[in-house]
Design a protein around this ligand. Structure first.
Ligand SMILES: Nc1nc2c(c(=O)[nH]1)N[C@H]1C(S)=C(S)[C@@H](COP(=O)(O)OP(=O)(O)OC[C@H]3O[C@@H](n4cnc5c(N)ncnc54)[C@H](O)[C@@H]3O)O[C@H]1N2
Ligand code: MOO
Length: 441
């Protein structure tokens, strides 16, 4: 019988539509409708996952984050060895030796770096030894060439040595089982040297996230090209954020700028999804008639636009875009707002994708050199210049005004002065929280 003619069986359960996917419930807002910076940051971090780990050759792991704890399988040094070119001796055989009362010992051979012998050194004798060569059993000191006549059959020694002198002891640097690197640390050149020294040639790391950076705005021109009219300005945001993301370790694709055109934005973002672990845009997230990012992006994925209780950086957007739900952070267009938002939200997200710890810049204290005013109700991020006196005491001076278009002040700063929403003024001489922007981590 034709399907439509059949009666539905009584016990057949109705087919349920799967619920439409949504973002997790948004964090609460305050009386002014603003979300706290900390809540927004946690909300973004909750929705991005670390990139999968892979095995990488040691040298190519430079700047990546390690995702395993590495313990040493060996001692360093691996054996007692000579710290100087000279003669391995029993220290007691040199007792009393001096320029005017030298001691003479018979030389029984020579040990070069890389030679291995378990032959003990007979008392009353010496063996020539080169820096790094293993000290033979029984010998407990090395007399440097400079305190001898460099003899081959016999050696005349003109200075006494103490037991242990000029010997580098097995395990004095690293003992087997010592922790060399901890999960989440970034691998720098000195770590590469250490890991090679303990014989490691490959490590488990997380890849550099592929970060696509795009500015929006019809007023934007590409640096290097002429401005088409006096109301145009150069796109600095895509350069600033691309550089900041690269400095953090991301592989960056700077797409440049796209005009305030819904179709162009839709098309450009859709085209970039294939090569992105994260997309960052600037502009178009406020209240303006041409703020199209905010209106277009909900068509391409799950989005969240909100206002954050911070100054600058109030309008913010986030999305999981396309079928693969690529994270996208939509920052405000004012350059200082974009940069502060990068520090507050994008940097921690990049670090999470990379598996780097800690996610946030460690807050440190500095003494305000002058009175600093804030905007109550919003967390204030003022640009600051931190100096450190010889005693390690940090002071901070605000650089320029609050305007989020002031890029020259931003370039002169090396810190963000962070004032909580309940602070309206910081007297000169008081401690304030600062984020040091040039500290490697
Ligand atoms: N009526 C309201 N207007 C605005 C509000 C508001 O709450 N109500 N918020 C203000 C705040 S705060 C910010 S921040 C900005 C953010 O606006 P958009 O994200 O929509 O950014 P745009 O309007 O596109 O640009 C703002 C500003 O920045 C310049 N800009 C943009 N992109 C770049 C770039 N790539 N390089 C250099 N400069 C750029 C742009 O020319 C504008 O001057 O909204 C306020 N307005
Ligand atoms: O909050 Mo907007 O980001 O001040 O300039």
């Amino acid at each position: 019988m034709a399907l439509f003619g059949r009666r539905k069986k009584k016990d057949e359960a109705p087919v349920e539509e799967p619920p439409a996917p949504t973002l997790p419930p948004a964090p609460p807002v305050d009386a002014a409708g603003l979300r706290s910076m900390e809540d927004h940051r946690a909300y973004l971090l909750e929705q991005v996952e670390q990139l999968p780990a892979f095995g990488q050759l040691l040298l190519d792991a430079l700047d990546l984050s390690i995702c395993e704890d590495i313990e040493s399988d060996v001692d360093l040094p691996g054996f007692d060895n000579a710290a100087m070119d000279g003669y391995a001796v029993h220290a007691e055989d040199t007792a009393g030796a001096a320029e005017d009362s030298p001691t003479t010992l018979a030389v029984v051979g020579e040990i070069a770096a890389g030679d291995w012998s378990e032959e003990p050194l007979p008392p009353g004798t010496a063996v020539k030894i080169m820096t790094g060569a293993p000290v033979p059993p029984g010998a407990d000191a090395v007399v440097p060439y400079e305190q001898t006549d460099r003899g081959s059959e016999d050696v005349v020694i003109t200075a006494a040595v103490r037991p242990g002198q000029h010997i580098r002891r097995r395990g004095e640097d690293v003992s087997e089982g010592d922790l060399m690197m901890r999960t989440g640390e970034r691998i720098g050149p000195r770590h590469i040297g250490l890991l090679a020294a303990i014989g490691v040639d490959k490590v488990m790391v997380r890849p550099r996230p592929r970060v696509v950076v795009l500015a929006t705005g019809s007023e934007l021109a590409e640096p290097g090209l002429p401005l088409r009219n006096p109301a145009q300005l150069y796109d600095s945001n895509s350069y600033l954020l691309a550089a900041a993301a690269r400095a953090e370790g991301a592989q960056v694709f700077r797409v440049g700028s796209v005009g305030d055109d819904a179709e162009a934005i839709r098309q450009t973002i859709s085209d970039q999804l294939v090569r992105a672990d994260l997309i960052i845009t600037t502009g178009g997230v406020s209240q303006g008639d041409y703020d199209l990012v905010k209106s277009v992006m909900p068509e391409l994925g799950l989005t969240d636009f909100c206002q954050v209780a911070m100054q600058p950086g109030k309008p913010q957007g986030f999305g999981l875009i396309g079928e693969d739900r690529v994270p996208m952070i939509m920052l405000p267009g004012n350059p200082v707002s974009a940069y502060v938002s990068f520090e507050a939200f994008v940097r921690p997200v990049i670090r999470k994708l990379m598996g780097l710890e800690p996610l946030f810049r460690p807050p440190v204290r500095a003494i305000a050199t002058h009175l600093i005013r804030s905007t109550p109700g919003r967390k204030q991020f003022a640009r600051g210049l931190v100096t450190t006196d010889p005693g390690g005491r940090r002071s901070v001076t605000a650089v320029g005004g609050h305007g989020s278009h002031l890029v020259s002040n931003m370039a002169r700063s090396n810190a963000l002065i962070v004032l909580d929403p309940d602070v309206d003024v910081v007297p000169a001489g008081s401690p304030v929280e600062v984020w040091l922007l040039d500290e490697p981590s």
